[in-house]
Design a binder for this molecule. Sequence first.
Ligand SMILES: Nc1ncnc2c1ncn2[C@@H]1O[C@H](COP(=O)(O)OP(=O)(O)OP(=O)(O)O)[C@@H](O)[C@H]1O
Length: 203
Amino acid sequence: MILKGEELSFCYQDGGRQILNRVSLSIESGEIVGLCAPGGFGKTTLCKILGGYVEPDFGTVTLDGRPVQDYRGYCPVQMIWQHPELVINPRLKMSQVLAEAGAIDECVIEKLGIETEWMNRYPIELSGGELQRFCIARALGTGTRFLLADEITTMLDLIMQAKIWNFLKEESAKRNIGMLVVSHSDELLDRLCSRRIDMQLLS
Ligand SMILES: Nc1ncnc2c1ncn2[C@@H]1O[C@H](COP(=O)(O)OP(=O)(O)OP(=O)(O)O)[C@@H](O)[C@H]1O
């Protein structure tokens, strides 16, 4: 499969700053691609558009030629956000949060170190790092083909960061999932990615 963004342009308000200007990129199944640029350059915005959360003002996002916005129900392109507390419904118990994603392989839960006891808690009763592990699990439903990982480990300690990236790398290889990894860490991108896209060179 191939996830393609073509000629993407976007600004948040009419007449506001142009965040994306005819940006094109593509990611193939099983590839791990780094995305870098200075803060505020538009990395999160690009991910939101690639994941179908926000419509571009111009341009298209397709998955094997089919517009990503056309997917109803579970979208094969899943985004993991930088701030887990902002994307989890505070009124749901963690077991219900996971149920929203449909089928998730039991070994995903296990490898992320999610403890059974946490399932019965509300989001406010978990640490940021514990919550982020639920968000990663939720993004790895069996229908996921591409993952957009937007600075997902900044709130985790170094040991947990290493565990999560090793796990995601394995999962990407095992399930042929394509991944776009947004990070300010050159070291992480060097270690993980087969190529890197510098957004400053895209438009
Ligand atoms: N909902 C919004 N409304 C208006 N402007 C926004 C909105 N979201 C982001 N912006 C602006 O768009 C620009 C790009 O933001 P974005 O979050 O995509 O950048 P980023 O490269 O991911 O930044 P960082 O590395 O700091 O996370 C920033 O100037 C930001 O202030």
